[in-house]
Design a protein around this ligand. Sequence first.
Ligand SMILES: Cc1cc2nc3c(=O)[nH]c(=O)nc-3n(C[C@H](O)[C@H](O)[C@H](O)COP(=O)(O)OP(=O)(O)OC[C@H]3O[C@@H](n4cnc5c(N)ncnc54)[C@H](O)[C@@H]3O)c2cc1C
Length: 374
Amino acid sequence: MDFAFTEEQQMFRNTVRDFLEKEVLPLIPEAEKTGKYPVHLLRKMGELGFLGIHYPKEYGGSEAPMVTQCMFAEDTGRVSICFTDTPSTVVGCGKSICLSATEEVKRRYMPGVVRGETQITPALAEPSGGSDLGGIKTTAVRDGDSYIINGQKTFIPYVELADFALVLATIDPSKRTAGLTQLLVPKDTPGYSVSPLRFMGLHFSGYGSIFLDNCRVPKENLIGGEGEYLAVAEFLGDERVRVAAAAVGSADACYKEALKYSKERVAFGRPIGKFQAISSRLVDMAIEVETARWLTYWAASLWDRGQKAVKESTMAKLYATEMGLRVTESAMRILAGWGYIEGSLIERHFRDARGYLFGAGTPEIERIVISREL
Ligand SMILES: Cc1cc2nc3c(=O)[nH]c(=O)nc-3n(C[C@H](O)[C@H](O)[C@H](O)COP(=O)(O)OP(=O)(O)OC[C@H]3O[C@@H](n4cnc5c(N)ncnc54)[C@H](O)[C@@H]3O)c2cc1C
């Protein structure tokens, strides 16, 4: 198997890294403190073509291979998963729209998404649960040429920033998953309100709740048919491989920081990396990061070869995010007190790693998905 990146992919990677280093890294301390996402960067990412890599050319995208999409996720994850999250949040919604909205809806919204001007947030989870989607309580009731939506969503990213929520509702709770339906709800719809919440990490991903009180949307805002959410969601399995790539980037950043520190920090007259307890830990970290990386790019390459690699993508996401817990913890142990300073690179990734374990499915649910495919 040949996993070498093409020249075009290398050039793309250089552009992404240059942008992240010069324009994004310096803004992170402030964003962490205020919890505000640096919105102006979205337009820049749009101009540089980063947001279009996931979408078809007819809607302004560049339809890059999944491997390229993972390269972007890995590099943004290395800086802060909050930067993978915004585009990838848009990706999940944008892909749903590209797959199943009417042509008119695609042409109306997708160019804005690709330019970084339109933000759409995926609103699935509810206060009563996120794993058991068949049990969601938000309802969509047809009324003439509209749907009336009632319910509450929680753990939703960018609630204040998003122009639209792609809301998962049921047209008939007794049908469980067969009743699940997606609707695009503009934030200025009467009855739509939001309230922020603060997670332990991912501080500037703008998480919060959305309240939908008799929100009326035109029937054209239905994304896919009534009860057809699962049919669309099946094709969105590639979302997990991008989360895996971001987890690899985050863990790799911590591993490299710990490696550097182990060469500089002196104890008992020698660099701590000379102590076998520390060097063994670094070896384990390096192996784990590399294993997760190749599992991820292997899954991505299967999508690029036309396979619906749900099992491999879920394996990659599960392994990479659990690996992220171990590697960020090991890095913190190596930096000890300096790794425990609030806002330091290790501390930030340590917190964020514990969050992205749950996004796009919990480990328990992922193990169920994989076991069905064995
Ligand atoms: C960082 C982060 C980002 C998120 N992003 C989004 C987003 O963009 N959009 C969105 O809609 N939601 C998002 N969520 C919500 C996320 O999807 C849910 O947290 C997740 O689905 C789990 O739901 P829950 O927290 O309500 O836990 P529950 O579903 O109540 O689960 C509680 C526990 O029970 C376990 N469990 C449940 N069912 C089973 C089973 N059958 N077998 C074994 N164990 C089981 C779970 O694994 C978990 O350990 C995000 C959450 C986090 C933390």
